[in-house]
Structures are given as C-alpha cells and as structure tokens.
Design a binder for this molecule. Sequence first.
Ligand SMILES: *Cc1c(COP(=O)(O)O)cnc(C)c1O
Length: 424
Amino acid sequence: MKKNNLETICVQSGWTPTTGEPRVLPIYQSTTFKYDTSDQMGKLFDLEASGYFYTRLQNPTNDFVAQKICDLEGGVAAMLTSSGQAANFFAVFNICEAGDHLILSSAVYGGTFNLLTTTVKKMGIETTVVDPEISEEDLQKAIKPNTKCILAESISNPSLVVLDFDKFVKVAHRNGIPVIVDNTFPTPINCRPFEFGVDIVTHSTTKYMDGHAVAVGGAIVDSGNFDWTKYPDKFPGLCKPDESYHGITYTERFGKAAFITKATAQLMRDLGSIQSPQNAFYVNLGLETLHLRMKQHCENAYKVAKWLKNNDKVAWVNYPGLEGDKYYERAQKYMPKGTCGVLTFGIKGGREASIKFMDSLKFIAIVTHVADARSCVLHPASHTHRQMTDEQLLEAGVQPDLIRFSVGIENADDIIADLEQALK
Ligand SMILES: *Cc1c(COP(=O)(O)O)cnc(C)c1O
C-alpha cells in the first residue's frame, strides 16, 4: 500500500500493529527493559545489537512518534527531545564543540537566539548572527575555517521571515557545512526543507504538532544527505572514534543514521533531555490531525490577515500567505500549500494601544504560546523577547508594537468579531 502522502503518514505512520496488538500506539511507561541473559544486554551497551535498555536513551513510544515525524519530513532518522530548545541545542552540539563557530539567522525564536548566542558561548562556541536577507557574498564572508553549521527558521517566530533556502544551502554546501532548519511554524505539511537541500530539521513539537497545548517537546530529523566523511577533520565527533563508546566511529558503523545515533547514544546519554513517553503519546494524537488543522489554521489566518489589512485602526500586517506581503512570493515558492496560522500586526497608537487592545479581547487569550487550536495573542517585546534590547528586537525583526497573533481553528467570523469589538 502506498503510504507516502502526508495525510496518510499523519494517521498511519509510526506504530503499525500486527495481529492482536493494540490498535493505538501504546505508552511504554517503563524506565527499563528486561533481558534473559547478561550477554544480550551487553551487546546493547556496545551498540552491537539494537534494542531498548533504558528510557533516557530510547523508548519505543518515542521512537514510533519520531518515525512518523521522520516520514513526514522525508528523512532517514529522527529522535524526540524534551523540548524544542533541547532539539536545537542537541542538533548544534552534536557537531559543534569548544573552539567551533556557527552562523545563526537573526530572525529566530528568542529562546534559540539566547541559547545560540549567550549560552553556547559559555561552552566555547562562537556565533555570528546574520540578517536572513544577507547577500550571498556577505554570507560567504561570515564563514570561517571553524564554522560547523548554519541555523535558521523556515518561517521565523515571530518576525515571519520566509527563509531563502536556496541562498543558505548554496553557500553552506559550497563550504562543506550543513544547514539546520527549525521547521516548527510551517510543519512538514506545508514545507519540507529537505527538498530544498537542508540537511537537518528541528521542531518544537510543542506547537502545531501537538496542536492542543498539552505537551512541551522537540524533534530532530536527519535527511541523511550530508556526507560527513568528506570532512573528517571538521566533524571528528562523527568521523573519528568515540572514546566514551569503546572507540565506535558513528559514520562507519551507522552510515546515514550516524548523526541521530550519536545524538542519542552520546548526547542523550550524557545530557538526558528525553521526552516522556506520555508526552510522545500526546504528540502522536496531535500528528493524526496535523494535516486537517494546518489547512484550517491557514484558511483562518488568511481571512483574518485580509480583514486586518483593510481595517483603518490597524497600522500594518505581516502574513507571508497574504498577497502583497514582503515574503509572499518566496512563500509561494517554498510552501505553496500555505504558511502557518501565525500573523503579526500593529495597531495605530503604538505600544500602549496594542496592550489596551489585547486586554480587551474576549475569547482570544493572552498566553505565552503559539500554534495551538485556540486563538491567542502575545506581545513579544514585553513577553517572550523581553530579555532583548530594542536594538536586538529590531535586528530580529520585532517592532516594539508588534502583536503576535496565533490564529486558531475556531470559526473565522467569530475570530474577526472578537478582534473588531476589541479594536473598538
Ligand atoms: C517555541 C519554539 C522553540 C522552542 O521550543 P520549546 O518547545 O518551547 O522549547 C524553538 N523554535 C521555534 C520556532 C519555536 O516557536
């Protein structure tokens, strides 16, 4: 049976029971797994046999969900993490160590910006932040001999910049560097970065994948396309023996699964940011309707964006799915089916008026969240991005009056009615 249409993957991929097994993905709520002989277990520790032994490293429930996300992205291997933050950290730290350098798009989620500029610096990893609209020449100039990766978001949170995949992939690959893309906002339903040459994809599954705001989680997916073995000196962690694992060389032993195997066997073992099987179960439930929800989020966001654009109390609107938006053409190129349900706008009267407006909303709630079924708003300058200076805010494409509006899957007319009464 052909199972590679996204809608079918959402529902059917991952857990596929054989006769007499539970129809629904079971929650393996167990820290450990039983073996008959000491030798069997020993082989697992040597990575000579595959199997489960301790949930900090791997758990079946998590692996079935990771497999579904892997199939949705069209990758070769995937893993779940405890959060989107952990996913981005593990993806970077799997190839960067003290003395290394990475390039980061300035238009990324505030938490990612903080992690990859301030926190990794304490580990000896240096970051150059670049404007996502940087010229190809200047991007080339930012690359150093110790640059190990470039990280950007497919649609940035909250500035809604659609990534120029071709430019970043071209410059990175010319220099023997992988591109990591955080694909949280469009999800693989609307955008599949591997089709544009991206090497590693990360997710905050907390957002649309869960979709109901019940479980914090993350995922990393490897395309399997980046040939680490071409640059053994640049990526020694993958191409040279791991002394903490009896001298295993990941690329030799695991081929295309090297990146995810190393991140699991080494980083997860040592840093332990696992997703709980219970949360993985929730993510799986969310994934079963992801294709339906993304469609409705996009339809509603388009209607709302259009309505806001034509409202004279509204100063500006950004929605890459709306004709005339700065990123509309690029969105048509890389995500023609739709972008996401998130849009941003400012209302006349600036920062003060924006806050008063948000406080006047009825069912559209003020929450620190995006991308779930319920419509919600947030003011990044006073919430998620409050650690950033005004200069950094503008660099990240966040105006001080910016309202981030996550359009839910309620009735679009009802959403608009709530906006209308609050604007009044
Ligand atoms: C929320 C978010 C993150 C962080 O994810 P958590 O699950 O909250 O740790 C990373 N990237 C993007 C684009 C996000 O929206």
